[in-house]
Design a binder for this molecule. Structure first.
Ligand code: ZN
Length: 173
């Protein structure tokens, strides 16, 4: 057992730290409320994290970045895409932990997820956080794959959206 640097109780793993969980949830709720209010603003480059990889998959710009506690994956959808301009809670995709990020640039709208959920490993090796707990270890390669999985769903969503529009215009005739 070690003394937790956050709550000063004795427990080895972050996943056991209730005060930490509550504090993180509060922090995230505050940041989210702020970002949601500013969803219409365009940012130069919205992702305030160290970029590990930038590439394109399924026609969309993709990014993997290293955040404070974990790696994160992002995909940018263009204007006209069904997910463009939406808050992340309002976009229905199946990605690790659910979407946790939405921000816009002049070229498109970035949506992303992170690998810092409970059940994920927040390690000491890659980010120096000083904690270890027995969760899934996400490598950059894993996050690249999950990001491409997200890009594929956005590609399918674009096709479905186009079909809906076609159907609506046919129905309207
Ligand atoms: Zn603690």
């Amino acid at each position: 057992m070690r003394t937790c640097p956050f709550c000063h109780e004795n427990h080895d793993v972050m996943i056991d730290c209730e005060p930490m969980k509550k504090s993180l949830a509060r922090m995230r709720a505050k940041m989210d409320a702020y970002k949601k209010e500013k969803l219409d603003e365009e940012h130069e480059w919205p992702i305030q994290e160290h970029v590990v990889k930038l590439w394109k998959a399924h026609g969309f710009p993709c990014a993997v970045c290293r955040g404070m506690v974990a790696l994160c994956g992002y995909v940018q959808v263009p204007k006209g895409h069904p997910a463009y301009g939406k808050w992340y809670d309002d976009v229905d995709v199946d990605v690790h932990g659910g979407l946790t990020f939405a921000q816009r640039t002049k070229d498109g709208h970035w949506l992303g997820f992170d690998c810092g959920h409970f059940g994920d490993w927040w390690g000491t090796v890659e980010n120096g956080h000083g904690f270890e707990h027995p969760g899934k270890i996400w490598t950059v390669e894993d996050v690249v794959q999950e990001t491409e999985n997200l890009a594929r769903q956005f590609a399918e969503m674009a096709v479905a959206g186009a079909n809906d529009t076609r159907k609506e215009s046919q129905d309207g005739q």
